[in-house]
Design a protein around this ligand. Structure first.
Ligand code: TYD
Ligand code: MG
Length: 458
């Protein structure tokens, strides 16, 4: 037998090298290179035999796609509607779900709540907290509905043995970084350990059909440790995010083999645990009586959900030579771009001013449909003229000052009307197929940012 060809892969970022390296030149991690066989050396005779050989009975057979039998998978619905939505309609049997998030954001709380409330037998494995600590938290957050078992252990062999005896319908592992497998010598939390433990849990989930939730910490770059590895091992990747000084939390899907990745769950952290927020708009609009300059409401979409969010801008004279720019919940570069458009196209000069931008509720928005509201808030603050509080905006601003259409305009309009707004400004290019009479709100269309000036501020 000839020698097999091998290559070295970085287990952190997936980069490859023909030689072993101590430090990965891509992600600068140390000791992450591992050897893997990519091609076995075989003779031509062997190659020929591999497809023309005589042992046909042993060869696997391809099946017509139409003829593949599917049983109807019954998903385990949790009482938590937000989690069901994010998972695409409940927990799929035998699936491995990774939930990532920064420390203290509420991952353990959320999973404990689910473990206690779901109508099934659950095994909650914790490598981080003691049984008493978990019980104290459990008493605070929820009533027991399930048969919830706690196991404080970090050795995967012992955990899986216990799981086999208990036969739970759902398993939670808090957290994957504290687990260790006896088959490896390296320290827990290392990439080799994380990968091996996740692979063991995956095998167990697929063999027994027990769904497993893995909790994973996020490293300082904002990735789940060993990101590439875990991401393709697991079926679903959820991310729990939010501002620690704020009570709102967002659960996002980054990957889902059984549903869409457009979904979003919203929670509020209270003293009795996490509460589902089924109607986010009403919370994200700040309650105030008087109209102030610098505020504008955006009709945004987060995934498939319309959300109305208040944007606030403060433009004030710069004290120092270089004006400051600061944005929370919004991309700084995009803010600079919008300021440049306003200067160039509309003659509003921000270069001698500090500009601060804030989105209510500590929420981060990526939907470009928020641009129009931000532009309006900036102008409003600059010239100190308020925008009536029953107006909202949905539109993307392009580099030449044009207002572009955004997706799902009709849903945004409907949400604004439902919340009692009287007027919505949208792009005139996105009105195809929309009948204004169907909605109980005045729809104003704009083509350019300049028109905004005339419509609102004169
Ligand atoms: P935790 O679930 O331990 O976070 P993680 O597992 O992601 O590290 O949540 C810890 C934070 O949540 C802690 O700072 C306190 C807060 N919290 C509440 O505000 N209310 C509650 O009922 C609970 C259980 C926690
Ligand atoms: Mg925790």
């Amino acid at each position: 037998m000839a020698k097999a060809r091998t290559i070295f892969f970085c287990s952190s970022c997936g980069a490859s090298s023909p030689k072993w390296l101590g430090k990965c030149s891509h992600c600068n991690e140390w000791n992450t290179y591992q050897e893997e066989i990519i091609q076995k050396e075989t003779s031509t005779e062997e190659k020929r035999r591999s497809w023309g050989g005589s042992s046909r009975s042993e060869a696997p057979k391809a099946v017509r796609l139409q003829e593949v039998k599917t049983g109807k998978t019954i998903r385990l619905a949790t009482p938590d509607q937000e989690l069901n939505r994010v998972l695409g309609g409940g927990i799929v049997p035998g699936s491995l779900v990774l939930m990532g998030g920064q420390p203290g954001i509420g991952k353990s709380t959320l999973m404990l709540q689910v473990a206690m409330q779901v109508d099934a037998r659950v095994l909650y494995v914790s490598g981080e907290e003691s049984e008493e600590q978990i019980k104290m938290r459990a008493d605070r957050v929820s009533k027991f509905r399930s048969e919830c078992f706690i196991l404080t252990e970090t050795n995967t062999s012992k955990i899986l043995q216990q799981a086999k005896d208990l036969q739970p319908q759902l398993m939670v592992v808090d957290s994957i970084q504290t687990m260790s497998t006896p088959h490896l010598d390296s320290a827990p939390g290392g990439i080799a350990q994380v990968r091996e433990c996740a692979a063991e849990l995956l095998r167990f989930a697929k063999e027994t059909n027990i769904p497993i939730f893995l909790i994973g910490h996020i490293n300082k770059e904002g990735d789940i440790a060993g990101p590439k590895l875990l991401e393709h091992i697991v079926d679903c990747v959820l991310q729990f995010e939010g501002d620690r000084h704020n009570t709102y939390r967002i659960l996002r899907t980054l990957k889902n083999r059984f549903g869409s990745t457009d979904e979003l769950g919203i929670y509020e952290m209270q003293s009795q645990g996490l509460r589902e927020v089924s109607n986010p708009s009403e919370l994200l609009l700040s309650q105030k009586d008087e109209e102030l300059s610098g505020c504008a409401v955006a009709a945004t979409m987060e995934g498939m959900r319309p959300m109305l969010i208040e944007t606030q801008a403060l433009v004030s004279k710069a004290v120092f030579g270089t004006p400051q720019r600061s944005a929370t919940g919004f991309d700084m570069r995009r803010l600079s771009m919008l300021l440049a458009v306003l200067e160039k196209r509309c003659g509003y000069y921000f270069s001698i001013n500090d500009v601060f931008l804030n989105l209510a509720g500590g929420i981060r928005v990526e939907d470009p449909g928020i641009d129009l509201a931000i532009v309006s808030a900036l102008i409003s603050s600059l010239i100190d003229v308020s925008i009536p509080s029953d107006i909202c905006f949905a539109g993307e601003v392009g580099l030449s000052g044009e207002i572009r259409a955004v997706q799902r305009v009709e849903q945004r309009i409907a949400e604004a009307a439902r919340l009692g707004f009287k007027e919505i400004y949208v792009s005139k290019y996105g009105m195809k197929g929309i009948d204004p009479k169907r909605h109980d709100i005045r729809i104003q269309t704009l083509g350019k940012v300049e028109e905004l000036k005339r419509a609102l501020f004169v």
